[in-house]
Design a protein around this ligand. Structure first.
Ligand SMILES: Nc1ncnc2c1ncn2[C@@H]1O[C@H](COP(=O)(O)OP(=O)(O)O)[C@@H](O)[C@H]1O
Ligand SMILES: [Mg+2]
Length: 319
């Protein structure tokens, strides 16, 4: 079973958060470097549209062939990536044209980006998608395709825990209404001390556990809701800049890396992409959605899923 899982596209980790500035990009970069240090193939993808803070953290410059812009023009993840310290990164778009495209026409912008994720090369053991803040038409789709949701929020007060829980509730609602609640992704939360002080990891955990219990989320999905609660300490600025700060604290996410690497994503809970795609088709048009467009865009992928299933069945019969 385990072999079969790793032969499939690697684990997709969507980094989500209710508010901007909570530390999603910082955590994505830390995790990317951390996994690379453990000799795992990993790609970190900036899907925060025009916001290219990933470029600052990695201290790299995108170019038209290496950026989300390249994905928009049809490149695959491996070709559009730039490498640093053993990890691959898809930087934010290099040109204003891309940023405008993202805002003026979110769907035509979104389609090739979604294809890049759906067709991610199997050699990447982890694909980390650093999303926009909030639950936009854009972020919900990548969150729904994820095997792991990593919710990053400021640990400053309870309000932020409530906002993070609200976002998880919205995503869970989509799974429930699509009838696939049992496949709800593994949830990791990361309480980030982006300022000194605030709630401890233990307080955050207690608060979340009580919300999970009162809302009956575990009954809805039939398995435990929180896979891990982690804490990132306040990292004071140093003269070495953002990159230096991130590099200096690789060990902080050691536990998170280890939980991910130990493959704590049992087979039956691996998100069934074909079912999620079917669910995405049923999402109500949001004003931005063009009916039919997703069906056309998803057709080739659904064909490859069907072929894979057919091959698997044939292998079983032949054995
Ligand atoms: N643990 C931390 N300690 C100190 N500063 C942090 C920490 N996490 C994030 N920051 C700072 O907060 C700002 C926002 O972080 P960022 O990762 O860009 O947030 P997001 O991607 O969620 O918008 C950045 O200036 C970053 O350096
Ligand atoms: Mg960011």
């Amino acid at each position: 079973m385990f072999r079969k899982i790793i032969a499939e596209p690697g684990t997709l980790i969507s980094v989500i958060g209710g508010k901007g500035g909570g530390g999603k990009t910082a955590v994505s970069v830390l995790l990317g470097y951390g996994l690379a240090q453990q000799k795992e193939r990993v790609v970190v993808v900036n899907y925060d549209l025009g916001n290219s803070s990933l470029n600052k953290y990695t201290n790299m410059e995108p170019d038209p062939r290496h950026s989300t812009g390249a994905l928009r023009r049809g490149a695959g993840l491996a070709d559009a990536a730039l490498s640093k310290a053993g990890a691959d990164f898809i930087l934010g778009s290099a040109d204003i044209e891309d940023t405008q495209a993202a805002y003026n026409s979110p769907h035509s912008y979104l389609n090739p980006l979604m294809q890049a994720i759906l067709h991610r090369p199997p050699e990447y053991r982890y694909t980390i998608v650093d999303l926009q803040a909030g639950s936009t038409v854009f972020t919900v789709r990548f969150a729904l395709l994820a095997d792991v949701l990593l919710s990053v929020f400021p640990a400053s007060d309870e309000e932020n825990v409530n906002i993070a829980a609200g976002q998880l509730k919205l995503l869970l609602g989509a799974y429930v209404s699509a009838g696939i609640a049992a496949y709800f992704p593994r949830v990791f939360v990361l309480a980030n001390h982006n300022k000194p002080g605030g709630l401890s990891g233990r307080q955050v955990k207690a608060k979340l556990e009580s919300l999970i219990q009162t809302n009956g989320w575990e009954e809805k999905i039939g398995h435990s809701f929180l896979t891990g609660v982690f804490e990132l300490p306040y990292l004071p600025a140093r003269s070495s800049g953002l990159f230096g700060r991130v590099q200096a604290r690789l060990a902080e996410l050691d536990l998170l890396e280890r939980s991910l690497r130990q493959g704590e994503i049992p087979g039956p809970l691996r998100v069934p992409v074909d079912k999620v795609l079917a669910a995405l088709r049923t999402l109500p048009p949001s004003g931005l959605d063009a009916p039919g467009r997703y069906a056309r865009m998803l057709a080739p992928y659904e064909q490859s899923v069907r072929n894979r299933n057919r091959n698997e069945n044939r292998n079983i019969t032949e054995r």
